[in-house]
Design a protein around this ligand. Structure first.
Ligand SMILES: [Zn+2]
Length: 181
């Protein structure tokens, strides 16, 4: 288990976090796997204690009367997911239908960010870039310092970022840009 850096004294993230609000003293007590990153705290409004676990391709959040109880709930969800014979769908149980490739298990409510291929709208890319997209393309093509920082921090997203830059460049060449936000 990795502890999120804003809970670790001495890191820049911890200094920033302490400036915003004191970090509640807490030590996780359940056997989370090595590749899992965890964080915890009290919500802002309402101030519900929560515990969150980030695992490859998924995310689990527990809430409770205390952070310890929130961790227990999150861990029980995690443990339940290990034994479930998952039945995946694009419908989030009791909520919306997602078309971006996310999936939820109908039996245990497990979440996976890339369970399906996204549902695409034909022709969606045949349009000029909006103002934000022009800005985004410019920073990805020219701000080498930012790219290096992003790639060092999120190496697993490098491919997606390069793919997006390429797509925006093609749209820019074919359809130009507008002033729309
Ligand atoms: Zn399941």
């Amino acid at each position: 288990m990795r502890i999120a850096p804003h809970h670790v004294p001495g890191t820049a993230e911890h200094r920033l976090s302490e400036m915003l609000r004191p970090d509640p003293t807490y030590k996780p007590h359940r056997p989370w796997p090595a590749e899992c990153t965890v964080q915890w705290g009290h919500g802002i409004a309402p101030a519900t204690p929560f515990f969150e676990a980030f695992l490859p391709g998924t995310f689990i959040r527990g809430e409770g009367r205390t952070i310890a109880e929130a961790e227990d709930r999150a861990f029980d969800q995690y443990a339940g997911e290990q034994t479930c014979r998952h039945l995946w769908g694009r419908q989030r149980p009791g909520r919306d239908l997602y078309l971006n490739g996310a999936g939820w298990c109908r039996r245990c409510s497990a979440f996976r960010s890339e369970m399906f291929r996204p549902v695409v709208t034909l022709g969606a890319h045949r349009r000029p870039l909006r103002r934000m997209e022009v800005y985004h393309l410019d920073s990805m093509e020219n701000d080498h310092e930012m790219n290096e920082r992003m790639n060092a921090r999120y190496p697993e997203r490098r491919k997606d970022r390069e793919r997006l830059a390429k797509l925006l460049r093609i749209r820019m060449n074919l359809y130009g840009s507008t002033d729309e936000d």
